[in-house]
Design a protein around this ligand. Structure first.
Ligand code: FAD
Length: 408
């Protein structure tokens, strides 16, 4: 991008700040629709992430097989007492991606479909006399500063969203959970303490007082980590403790990294004029699970559709459609997961009962179906009724302390 180019009327129809899953998806969608799209890629490190994705994402976003480093066939849920429940996945899997490869593949797909990519960091949002938004960028290839004008800006710049801070100063940022993980060389699978086709999820207050600890296999490597919103709790110390509990304390460490995760969707995703947010910037990570990649990509699609409607009609109110449509589809699930997290993750006694509940075959089937296909399953009304009463019994403390069939 030369300064001569930057001086033209509006350089781009849409400029997208941030090239993670939400930004790259929005860029791809808008480029396919024929818009002039600038994807501003400010990444200077691999995004810290467990990399777990559902089959629905693989299907809907045409993710090629080679990006899946592992296909997980079951989850082991571990209680504060050390007791565990195995949850096999029938008829499906959890996919594991490495974010360096995955994000790069998404960016290149967008470029292949016509988006322009610039390696640069967003610095400043201003508005020209003619009302068009102007972004000041610092290029990461040592080519100095550059400026672009665009008719619509999509903020896909992560949980702290520098763009939202400047372009939407009245929008309260979402509260954040801090998550940290370590990438290790995978030990050999032994089917017991470590299994390359199994996710281990630790519900233990000592590892996280309000979230969970995880071991996610990625083929030759694995991710082990934990998260919390609690100030003063050391997630590094929690991860060290988790490694010891999981028997991974002597395994070689490849790298260590952390990042914030938003805890709830922002109240507004657009400024009513020319800016709309997507993904972590909009605050869309599922409570209780911390799943954000799928929702970021859906958010990217919704932001792209809203930008398209705004550009096609000239009516900026169309930008509000991104949040409206997303919340219509996923708001109920977020609400239920939020209640679950606040209740079940609040003490070790409740975590113990939560793990007991996970032994229930109805709970397992509906959990996996909901996770894999991203919709609340309506097909088996009696299973919902059974779960409702079992859940009630557990909430009231009258459920069985443990289930003899699946717990060990
Ligand atoms: C430790 C950890 C583990 C996680 N595990 C999982 C998991 O297993 N499964 C799952 O689904 N989700 C997981 N998540 C959540 C998931 O990583 C996020 O929800 C997802 O990455 C959001 O995508 P995004 O595109 O909105 O934002 P991001 O992936 O954060 O991308 C934002 C992009 O914006 C760029 N950017 C930021 N500032 C600027 C700027 N000023 N200028 C230009 N660019 C900028 C960044 O460099 C980055 O490339 C995890 C998160 C953490 C922290």
């Amino acid at each position: 991008m030369s300064s001569a180019e930057a001086a033209t009327a509006a350089d781009y129809d849409v400029a997208i700040v941030g090239a993670g899953p939400s930004g790259a998806t929005a860029a791809d969608d808008l480029a396919r629709r024929g818009y002039r799209v600038l994807l501003i890629d400010g990444s200077t490190r691999i995004k810290p992430c467990g990399g777990a994705i559902p089959p629905r994402l693989v299907r809907d976003f045409a993710i090629p097989d080679h990006l899946l480093k592992a296909r997980i066939k079951s989850a082991r849920i571990i209680a504060p007492s050390g007791r565990h429940v195995d949850m096999p996945i029938s008829g499906g899997y959890v996919g594991m991606v490495d974010r360096d490869e995955f994000d790069e593949w998404l960016r290149q797909r967008a470029v292949g479909n016509g988006a322009t990519r610039v390696r640069a960091s967003f610095r400043e949002f201003t508005r020209d006399a003619d009302g068009v938004a102007r972004l000041r960028l610092t290029r990461l290839d040592d080519q100095g500063a550059t400026e672009v004008r665009a008719r619509v800006i999509i903020g896909a710049d992560g949980a702290s969203s520098p763009l939202a801070r400047q372009a939407m100063p009245d929008s309260a940022p979402p509260p954040l959970v801090y998550a940290y993980h370590e990438i290790l060389q995978s030990p050999p699978s032994n089917g017991e303490s470590y299994d390359g086709e199994r996710c281990d999820v630790y519900y233990q207050g000592g590892l996280s007082p309000d979230f969970y600890g995880w071991v996610f296999p990625h083929g030759e490597k694995l991710s082990v980590g934990t998260g919390t919103a609690r100030k003063g709790f050391s997630i590094r110390a929690g991860t060290t403790a988790l490694r010891a509990v999981a028997g991974l304390d002597t395994v070689a460490t490849v790298r260590t990294e952390g990042a914030p995760i938003p805890m709830r969707p922002r109240k507004r995703w657009d400024n009513g004029r020319d800016v709309v947010l997507a993904g972590d910037a909009a605050g869309v990570v599922a409570p209780a699970s911390g799943e954000g990649i799928y929702y970021a990509m859906i958010g990217g699609q919704h932001a792209a559709l809203a930008a398209h409607e705004c550009l096609a009609s000239g009516d900026a109110r169309a930008l509000a459609g991104a949040r409206k449509r997303f919340m219509r589809e996923h708001g109920r699930v977020f609400w239920i997961l939020g209640i679950m997290q606040r209740f079940w993750y609040s003490s070790d006694a409740r975590r113990e009962r939560f793990v007991t509940m996970c032994a229930d075959p109805d709970v397992q089937r509906l959990t996996w179906e909901a996770y894999m296909n991203k919709r609340l399953v309506r097909a088996r009304p009696m299973a919902h009724v059974r779960i409702f009463f079992k859940d009630l019994a557990h909430l009231l403390g009258i459920g069985p302390a443990r289930s003899p069939d699946r717990s060990s």
